[in-house]
Design a protein around this ligand. Structure first.
Ligand code: ACO
Length: 325
């Protein structure tokens, strides 16, 4: 009998410090950086973001989200046999945030590693976990996106610092006789490294280069809307389904205009798109599982619904996962 994987629990966590656009505008003004609630809302749809306290790392946010997902799946941490954390803001250069999280959870002994695909990280991690469950390498996986992007922002650059926030989202993915995950599709094109990157690195005990986020927003926008449509069509074709079969589109929460454009191309009304970017900004790898968990807990996404998850981000990377919830 074929083995599939299925999401059996979701969880998410946003750190308590919440800054509305007005709060951020006031804070940036003290440093001579001018922006406005109107500009941020009109161009991005973002109304607030959460920033983690200085001593809080991605694994701490991941821990809170993971505990909620485990509770929803009615599992204990020691029953988990695989942990994948998608993050571009790990606690340390090494070991992985997944290993640090594993110890905090008390799930010691299971396989644990990070996936680094920036804002596509969660769809990459989910695809890897699905493959490992299908081939028998794992049976009960925790797949998490967790980020502290506030650590890599340049608060003098208004074109980027208003866009991002911190948070985590998690799912428990279990082996199942029925799908579950129906199709996955991943891509990358390294020739676009320069349009979205944090070019600094550690060498000889010092940070060399510029360790804050650089983005060519318009180039990212153009690429994102094209590849998100392609990835969606690819997974639909693999699963022999059409746009009409999608109950919920859960795209990477970067910008409402990218989501609207993707929905338009797929001929989906916006009331079939899960939108939470207004509440937490772009949380990179955390944004898809965060949005999924919010929609599940709000009673929107129900068991049996067909979900299209889509990520796009630095690399350039992109991908989609089509699943039966
Ligand atoms: N407040 C006020 N004005 C601003 C701000 C700000 N925060 N930022 C830029 N501006 C100004 C610019 O200086 C420019 O002024 P000018 O016309 O006088 O020169 C004007 O606003 C327009 O700037 P643009 O860059 O052309 O604005 P645009 O409409 O392209 O919007 C944005 C910028 C929101 C970044 C858009 O390009 C975008 O959404 N890109 C995609 C970004 C994204 O989603 N990235 C994440 C995806 S991948 C990942 O998640 C890591």
């Amino acid at each position: 009998m074929r083995r599939y994987s299925r999401i059996t629990g979701t969880g998410s966590y946003l750190p308590p410090r919440r800054l509305t656009n007005a709060d951020l505008v006031a804070e940036l003004a003290t440093q001579g950086v001018e922006t406005s609630d109107d500009w941020i809302v009109e161009r991005t749809g973002i109304r607030a973001r959460h920033f983690a306290a200085p001593d809080v790392c991605s694994s701490d946010l991941a821990l809170e989200a993971a505990r909620k997902a485990l509770e929803a799946a009615k599992l204990q941490a020691h029953e988990i046999d695989l942990i994948i954390v998608a993050t571009s803001t790990p606690d340390m250069v090494f070991p992985s945030s997944a290993c640090i999280l594993q110890n905090k959870l008390g799930a010691n002994g299971c396989a644990a590693f990070d996936v680094h695909a920036v804002c596509s990280g969660f769809v990459y991690a989910l695809t890897v976990a699905d493959a490992m469950i299908q081939n028998g390498a794992a049976s009960k996986a925790l797949v998490i996106g967790a980020e502290v992007f506030s650590r890599i922002l340049d608060f003098k650059d208004r074109t980027t610092c208003v866009l991002f926030g911190d948070g985590a989202g998690a799912v428990v993915l279990e082996a199942s006789e029925t799908p579950g995950i129906l199709a996955t599709d991943l891509h990358a094109d390294g020739k676009h490294v320069g349009i979205l990157c944090v070019p600094g690195h550690v060498s000889g005990g010092a940070v060399l280069g510029d360790p804050v986020l650089k983005m060519d927003g318009q180039a990212v926008f153009k690429l994102a809307v094209g590849v998100l449509e392609d990835a969606a069509r690819a997974v639909l074709a693999k699963a022999n389904l059409t746009e009409a079969d999608i109950d919920w589109l859960i795209p990477h929460q970067a910008n409402i205009r990218i989501m609207q454009s993707t929905a338009r191309k797929l001929k989906l009304p916006m009331d079939k798109v899960v939108v939470t970017v207004d509440q937490h900004g772009n949380t990179s790898a955390a944004s898809i599982p965060l949005a999924l968990d919010h929609a599940v807990r709000a009673g929107k996404v129900k068991k049996g619904d067909t979900l299209m998850l889509e990520g796009v981000g630095g690399g350039f990377t992109w991908g989609a996962v089509l699943l039966n919830f």
